[in-house]
Write a new protein. Structure first.
Length: 171
């Protein structure tokens, strides 16, 4: 039976990569929640903004402390950046609640706004967020095209993640 090299698996799942993988799965969950409940989707996405923003702010703050930059200016810029996303999420759900957009589309638009905000955080703050923003944007596009297969893809990705974690813990 094939057994992955546990050192290679452990070296792949560094803290940074694990955080980005968790953020990616949380984004997929948000699409599903938005498909079923506009109210729950709104609160879920509004909860995701500080999570994404917190990771970005922490990364930038940590890097600024290492280089000796002023952290106050960085934190203020980051807060403004992520608060703009929170406002955009709220506005999308106003459109949805007034009947101008359905629940499924609201979730995809919010994911697209999250992808753009994350990409711009990468452009202005930490390059890893730019790559992650591109992945989220591609996910939004793929979900729009193959939405009927979303839960199958999500389940397969979840199973793959559990298998990798199982082999990492076992080794």
């Amino acid at each position: 039976m094939w057994k992955p090299d546990s050192e290679k698996v452990k070296s792949f799942f560094t803290l940074d990569r694990t955080i980005y993988i968790v953020l990616f799965f949380l984004s997929l969950v948000g699409i599903g929640i938005s498909d079923f409940s506009a109210k729950d989707g709104l609160w879920y996405w509004l909860a995701m903004v500080p999570i994404f923003g917190g990771v970005s702010i922490y990364n930038e703050w940590h890097q600024a402390r290492q280089t000796g930059d002023k952290t106050k200016n960085i934190v203020v810029r980051q807060l403004m950046h992520w608060l703009a996303l929170a406002l955009a999420v709220y506005l999308v759900y106003i459109l949805q609640s007034t009947g101008r957009m359905n629940m499924e589309n609201a979730g995809l638009v919010v994911l697209l706004a999250l992808a753009l905000t994350t990409f711009l955080a990468g452009v202005h703050f930490n390059w890893r967020f730019a790559i992650f923003g591109l992945v989220l944007g591609a996910t939004a596009a793929a979900a729009a095209v193959v939405e009927q297969f979303f839960w199958i893809m999500f389940l397969l990705a979840l199973i793959a993640g559990v298998i990798v974690i199982f082999y990492t813990k076992k080794a």
